[in-house]
Design a protein around this ligand. Structure first.
Ligand code: 4AD
Ligand code: MG
Length: 434
């Protein structure tokens, strides 16, 4: 109870038979003439409020019949249990106060095109589907933090303005830094997380990351959120175990706490309920062989594209880990496999049902000379990586980590087609507004 009888809709079950006040926005309205039904949403749920002339008085009853969608309202009434009502409770209205009127709300129950909806993203987030997706997103983020904290990972925030590239130079956002030099929006906090791991043992960073992606696919944003654990003394095997436990934990918590939202999204829950250990693990070599056997024109050394990822993951009912890609496909910091130097000790986790790569990571090169040569080979400026190389000069140890893209994860969990719906305000090549 928030004082003066104000409660949230998701708490109505505790107040059956009592008089309470709800504060929210008009989601929908219909009337039989004698009775008005106002659907009020307050962010925690939707409640049907029933108004009669006798209870409200003629003037307010009349006003209630002309309220525009999304008008802000305060409604007082008695809570009744009603199995047929959305949420299971309804309110018999005694009083109604108009906080602010709304007229001609642009998003109506009729079908709108996606461009129109994205233009109105600031309002679209109120719609039940979008609301459910973003509620799942918040749960995914909370679950990720919870898991890592439980495992002793310390939050170690990484900078967003950086002097160098982490994930290749082809999709770097460049910024003019005081007219004196160039800076870049970070593509990943990993390099800084590595410094953190050598200071704290186990750390994670969690923040927005940026890629100037010119590809207009359903999996790519130019700004997306990534959670990146990094641990000293972890090798590839421990890294894969961690990634697996991490995903299992997140899926389980979302299933436990966000079932209603997944139901709103009509998600097939059986597809998530089977996400338990162990996940299948195959090598890149095996993946190529599988793809070739299915007729894909792919040869050893090629990176896997979206279609290939979908084809590999289709074979499994849970995420699959592909490990040990050719070094040529991967970033400069990857550790070479001592048994086969043409391979990197890395892994990608692909979600089932064609949702693609949700996690990328692996073991880091910890040898000073090898790493220096790699930086040169990738034609990266040695100066900017001097501090990073220092980590290999002063107490270098094996270490590993990974990054999980929040939007990809949310898309898969919600069964949503495009990552643009998995973030409040998507940024893509062709979209910077609102
Ligand atoms: O595979 P990526 O590029 O790996 C890294 O950035 C590593 N430095 C992470 C690490 O080891 N600490 O990106 C990691 C994940 C991908 O698996 C994907 O889920 C997501 O980030 N991702 C994107 N999500 C949306 N839009 C994009 N353009 C994305 N690029 C990567
Ligand atoms: Mg990747």
């Amino acid at each position: 109870m928030q004082g003066m009888g104000w409660v949230y809709i998701d708490q109505l079950g505790r107040h059956v038979g009592e008089e309470v006040t709800l504060k929210g926005w008009l989601y929908h309205r219909r009337s039989s003439g004698k009775i008005h039904f106002l659907l009020l949403r307050d962010g925690t749920g939707i409640c049907q409020c029933v108004a009669s002339r006798a209870e409200l008085g003629a003037e307010t009853f009349e006003m209630a019949d002309h309220l525009g969608q999304e008008s802000a309202l305060e409604i007082t009434g008695t809570v009744r249990e009603d199995r047929r009502a959305p949420g299971g409770y309804e309110l018999s209205m005694r009083a109604l106060r108009l906080i602010s009127p709304a007229a001609d709300y642009p998003i109506t129950p009729k079908e709108h095109g996606v461009a129109f909806l994205l233009d109105h993203r600031h309002l679209w987030v109120r719609s039940s589907r979008q609301h459910a997706i973003l509620r799942v997103r918040a749960e995914v983020e909370a679950a990720a933090r919870e898991f890592l904290e439980q495992r002793g990972f310390v939050l170690f925030d990484s900078p967003i303005l950086t002097p160098s590239a982490c994930e290749g130079t082809t999709n770097l956002f460049e910024i003019d830094y005081f007219g004196e030099r160039k800076a870049y929006l970070t593509q990943s906090g990993q390099l800084y997380a590595e410094a953190g791991a050598l200071a704290f043992g186990k750390v994670y960073c969690f923040g927005p990351t940026f890629r100037a992606e010119k590809s207009k696919t359903r999996r790519h944003l130019t700004e997306f959120w990534m959670v990146e654990p990094e641990a000293a003394f972890f090798e590839l095997a421990e890294d894969m175990d961690l990634a697996e436990d991490f995903v299992v934990h997140i899926v389980a918590r979302v299933l436990e706490r966000r079932r209603a939202q997944l139901q709103t999204l009509e998600r097939d829950l059986t597809k998530l309920e089977c996400v338990v250990r162990p996940f299948p693990r195959i090598s890149y070599d095996e993946a190529i062989a599988k793809l070739q056997a299915r007729g894909f024109p792919i040869k050893w050394g090629d990176d896997l594209g979206g279609d290939e990822e979908t084809a590999v993951s289709e074979e499994f009912d849970r995420p699959v880990i592909i490990h040990r890609y050719p070094t040529q496909c991967k970033a400069f910091y990857m550790k070479q496999d001592p048994a086969r130097p043409e391979l990197a000790l890395c892994m990608d986790m692909l979600a089932p049902e064609g949702y693609g790569e949700i996690i990328g990571g692996g073991q880091r090169e910890d040898d000073y000379e090898t790493l220096r040569a790699k930086i040169e080979h990738h034609q990266l400026p040695l100066d900017a990586f001097k501090w990073y190389l220092d980590l290999r000069r002063y107490g270098s140890v094996p270490h590993a980590g990974f990054g999980m893209g929040i939007e990809r994860m949310v898309c898969w969990l919600c069964g949503v087609h495009h990552v643009r719906e998995a973030i409040p305000f998507p940024r893509m090549m062709e979209r910077l507004e609102p």
